[in-house]
Design a protein around this ligand. Structure first.
Ligand SMILES: [Zn+2]
Length: 262
């Protein structure tokens, strides 16, 4: 296995162990929390999808909205804690991963400030990505969360959600020890999309093995396209086609093999 490549945006960040004590965490407790009832084994990343950080934080602390997350990471890298990790925050909604539902009980949720696709989706600043990475690494020291269970909101609710979206640098996160990214898998383009049920059977099987909820049989129906788009937002951000094209299949098998190798 190759040594991990240090992405440019992390070069100036000290190792997490020495950095953690300096990680500025602002406590702004949310009333939208309750008891978990099971151990944590998932980490779910979101974007806030609102016009400002302040509006998002207000909503995540609003009793009427009845939503929350454990953390919010602002664009300048400030980390705000709304719910303690041993309590359940309400961020995933109707969701599914690896046969499990009701994912709030078993997950930690991080909301990353970004207006999102609705209000002007933009790049995540370097400082923000570094803070998210550092926060994730510290969470992973406290809970037994397998790399394959570090996912996007869009992975667990592909028919409703697009966050944190294709601008989020999952590859850099994985190269720093957070989540999965297949090595040696350059994008080979959008040629050769397959549509027939027989050829799509192994595609459906690979998506299901990774964790998505997908029917085992069928052609390129809208439900499969939706799941393929979710996969692409996470692992093939170069082209969100909703198609089982050549570039998507390479990454799909790459992630499937990582999942298999444990
Ligand atoms: Zn979300």
């Amino acid at each position: 296995m190759k040594p991990p490549r240090t992405p440019p945006w992390l070069r100036e960040v000290p190792p997490p162990a020495s950095h953690r004590s300096a990680l500025p965490i602002v406590d702004l407790p949310s009333p939208n929390q309750d008891e978990r009832g099971c151990p944590v084994d998932m980490l779910i990343l979101h974007y806030t999808g609102m016009q400002s950080a302040g509006a998002a934080i207000d909503r995540l602390r609003d009793t009427d909205a009845a939503v929350s997350s454990h953390y919010v990471v602002d664009e300048d890298g400030t980390v705000i804690r709304l719910v303690p990790e041993d309590r359940r925050a309400w961020h995933a909604g109707v969701s599914h991963w690896r046969g499990h539902t009701a994912l709030n009980a078993r997950s930690i949720g991080i909301e990353i400030v970004n207006p999102g696709h609705e209000f002007g989706y933009r790049d995540f600043p370097v400082l923000q990505l570094a803070a998210v990475c550092d926060l994730c690494l510290s969470i992973l020291t406290r809970h037994d969360i397998p790399a394959r269970n570090v996912v996007a909101h869009s992975d667990v609710a592909p028919d409703r959600k697009e966050d944190p979206g294709e601008r989020f640098d999952w590859r850099a996160l994985a190269e720093n020890g957070v989540g999965l990214w297949p090595e040696d898998s350059p994008d080979i383009g959008t040629t050769g999309p397959i549509r027939d049920a027989v050829t799509l059977r192994p595609v459906r099987a690979a998506l299901a093995e990774i964790g998505y909820r997908v029917a085992p049989e069928g052609g390129l129906d809208p439900a499969l396209s939706t799941v393929l788009r979710a996969f692409q937002r996470h692992w093939r951000p170069e082209a969100i086609t909703g198609q089982a094209d050549d570039g998507t299949l390479v990454r799909l098998l790459g992630v499937r093999n990582l999942v298999r190798s444990g």
